[in-house]
Design a protein around this ligand. Structure first.
Ligand code: TEU
Ligand code: CA
Length: 646
């Protein structure tokens, strides 16, 4: 084995990855196993082993982690499919369920374990399906319930799992529940949503019941003349908020989860689930913007007073029957403390949450439309505090850099410059897949897509992007009615942060619609034509492609238990260009080094870390050093992972 160290990475990889397993044969758990299968690795500590991490060795780089806490969903890799943009099987320009069935071999070969489907239910599609009008029916544009059942069966046959996206903070205004609710004040479904009398403004005009601003801009209330009352909608007007304080609503939610779990769903992604409990009485938010009526009301509905009670109830009444995996999406801020209440093992609420702290770094004060450059230590700080907090509090993280709302990682955290795009995509992949938590990949991330740069405002169908553009346009026009406003900064922000930057169709090959749909069809959203050369067909056969790097990385992670369970131990956390850390468990550790810059950067491994037996397990450049040196130089966006084997 010692001779191995003189090999370049490529030759090393070709020798087979079995060599990489550090200390035990690591077999992923199957989902129906009991939830907590502990594996004692060091001491004879009991299942109650506490605290989970202790440092008794005196070496800051050698934490003693006593307890694996093995759970099946902690050992998997999840892949998000934005269904309408993945694969169109009937050439109507819209991705569908049969399209996914046709691509299951691709997903299996990539090495992902669970597929998360964005909403495919009946919906007017104002917010691309996050506005559901029937939770138990499939929208015909995606196929039929039989197609879903076949997909579910085939996913299972291939040893993968299925996660469904559930939107329960709000429904569509086209849902029967809301149609009933709006009919009359005494309708049995009236109290399923938030209805209130409005106020009268200074000039006698109708005003909403309170001053809350909505999350897609404008007011959070809509007037309904049928009963002369207003209803609450934190998102679009066509997404009225469901009233979770009503036990009937909660029962309807649990019944929906039960319906999908019984049919074989293995996991649920719960949309904006930290917004379901509103401040009782819906009082005004504090005025922070005196020049306008609507105010930032986030504290009035985020992580509200009953949210834990409701999620715990959902767990007791339905989730726990199925041992399924849940991830709660938590925008608008969730502190680590709050998050550990949602996911702490003993709490019986959720498996993990999606937090947004790292996604907010490139916006001024978290405002996505006000881009700012962030420094690497800021990212390190955010990641470290989440990594360590979850470890110390019996919790678990979700790991992501992209999804259907958060566009492409190379464009935000790496570089879309053609010179660095591929290498930075691989570096970011290495970073993501060596952290502690369950990784979520988003379709096309494995190809290293950048954002389209030449789209015009009319090319972006997303209602959030359109609303932002319109409000900026109207504001500027009102300020100077004779002049056509300069919108270049707005377009710059949209090209950097707009959600459609991640929603263009998947590129399968180099044909005109990239194999997503037939060449003569107009897809529902523009293709990313500037990136036509980035496609599966091209990358599949290229050993140096981003795709093949992802495949190796996913395989490596699964061979390597430290990657799942090891503690995150920072190394030189204030470094402006290099993020480096150990994943460590007792005496075993893996060293990760990622250069986040376009420079060659000298790097020194601290003396306390024994690198004598270091073996590279993956790297995005061929390694030239015959033996890992304490002082080394990293190339632009270079990433290396070493098993230290001590
Ligand atoms: O996202 C919630 C959410 O916080 C986003 O709207 C986010 O604020 C925004 O994308 C950042 O600009 C979920 C879904 O993922 C999203 O697609 C839906 O539009 C939203 O809920 C409403 O259901
Ligand atoms: Ca289709």
């Amino acid at each position: 084995m010692l001779g191995m160290r003189s090999l370049t990475y490529r030759r090393l990889a070709s020798r087979g990855l079995q060599l990489l397993t550090t200390f035990t044969t690591f077999r992923p758990l199957r989902s129906r196993l009991p939830i907590f299968v502990n594996k004692r690795i060091i001491s004879s500590s009991s299942r109650k082993a506490s605290p989970q991490v202790a440092n008794m060795t005196g070496n800051p780089y050698q934490p003693l982690v006593l307890d694996f806490g093995r759970v099946w969903w902690r050992e998997i890799i999840i892949y998000e499919i934005y269904v309408q943009s993945f694969q169109d099987s009937n050439n109507d320009g819209i991705g569908d369920l049969r399209g996914i069935i046709n691509r299951l071999d691709y997903l299996k070969k990539l090495g992902v374990d669970m597929l998360w489907l964005t909403p495919i239910y009946e919906s007017p599609l104002d917010d691309q399906g996050y506005d559901i009008s029937n939770y138990k029916k499939i929208h015909p544009q995606y196929g039929t319930m039989e197609d879903w059942e076949e997909l579910c069966e085939k996913v299972h046959e291939k040893g993968m799992k299925l996660m469904m996206d559930m939107v329960f903070n709000h429904s569509s205004s086209e849902h029967e529940w809301f149609k009933e609710s709006r009919k009359s004040k005494d309708n049995p479904k009236r109290n399923w949503y938030f209805w209130k009398k409005g106020k009268i403004g200074k000039n006698g005009e109708k005003m909403p019941p309170n001053n809350w601003g909505g999350l897609f801009g404008g007011r959070a209330w809509k007037y309904d003349p049928t009963t002369d009352e207003w209803y609450l909608h934190l998102f679009a007007e066509t997404q009225p908020d469901l009233n979770w304080d009503n036990p009937e609503v909660r029962e309807a939610v649990y019944d929906t989860i039960d319906f999908w779990a019984k049919k074989g769903t293995d996991g649920f992604r719960l949309d904006v689930i930290n917004l379901i409990s509103k401040t009782p009485g819906l009082p005004d938010a504090p005025v922070t913007e005196p020049d306008q009526f609507e105010q930032n009301a986030i504290p009035m509905f985020t992580n509200g007073p009953k949210v834990h009670e409701y999620i715990h109830e959902m767990n007791l009444k339905v989730l726990r029957k199925y041992n399924c995996c849940t991830v709660g999406e938590m925008p608008c801020g969730v502190s680590q403390f709050e998050a550990s209440q949602y996911v702490g093992k003993e709490r019986r609420e959720l498996s993990m949450v999606f937090q947004f702290d790292h996604m907010d770094l490139d916006g001024q004060n978290g405002n996505k439309w006000k881009p700012r450059k962030f420094e690497l230590p800021e990212l390190e700080r955010v990641m470290r505090s989440w990594q360590q907090h979850m470890l110390g509090n019996n919790g678990w993280s979700s790991l992501y850099l992209e999804n259907h709302d958060q566009p492409r990682a190379v464009s935000r955290f790496g570089s879309q410059d053609p010179k660095y795009r591929v290498i930075s995509a691989k570096m970011l992949a290495t970073f993501l897949l060596t952290l502690r938590g369950t990784p979520f990949l988003y379709q096309g991330q494995e190809l290293g897509f950048p954002h389209p740069q030449k789209w015009k405002i009319e090319d972006y169908p997303d209602l959030e992007t359109q609303a932002y553009y319109k409000s900026e346009y109207d504001r500027r026009k009102a300020a100077n009615p004779t002049k056509e406003p300069d919108m270049s900064d707005v377009m710059h922000a949209i090209r950097l942060k707009g959600r459609d930057n991640a929603r263009f169709p998947m590129h399968w090959d180099k044909s005109p619609n990239a194999g997503f749909s037939a060449s003569n069809v107009k897809p529902w959203i523009k293709m990313n034509d500037e990136s036509a050369d980035i496609n599966v067909q091209q990358q599949d056969g290229d050993p140096d492609s981003v795709l093949n790097y992802f495949r190796r990385l996913l395989h490596m992670r699964k061979q390597h238990p430290l990657m799942c369970y090891g503690a995150y131990v920072p190394i030189n956390p204030t470094h402006p260009k290099i993020m480096s850390f150990l994943r460590a468990q007792g005496p075993w550790s893996t060293l990760v080094i990622c250069n986040f810059s376009t420079d060659d950067v000298d790097y020194v491994v601290p003396d306390e870390i024994d690198i004598d037996l270091a073996v590279p397990i993956i790297a995005n450049y061929p390694l030239e050093e015959s033996k890992f040196q304490r002082k080394t130089c990293l190339k632009p966006y270079e990433a290396r992972v070493y098993s230290l084997r001590n």
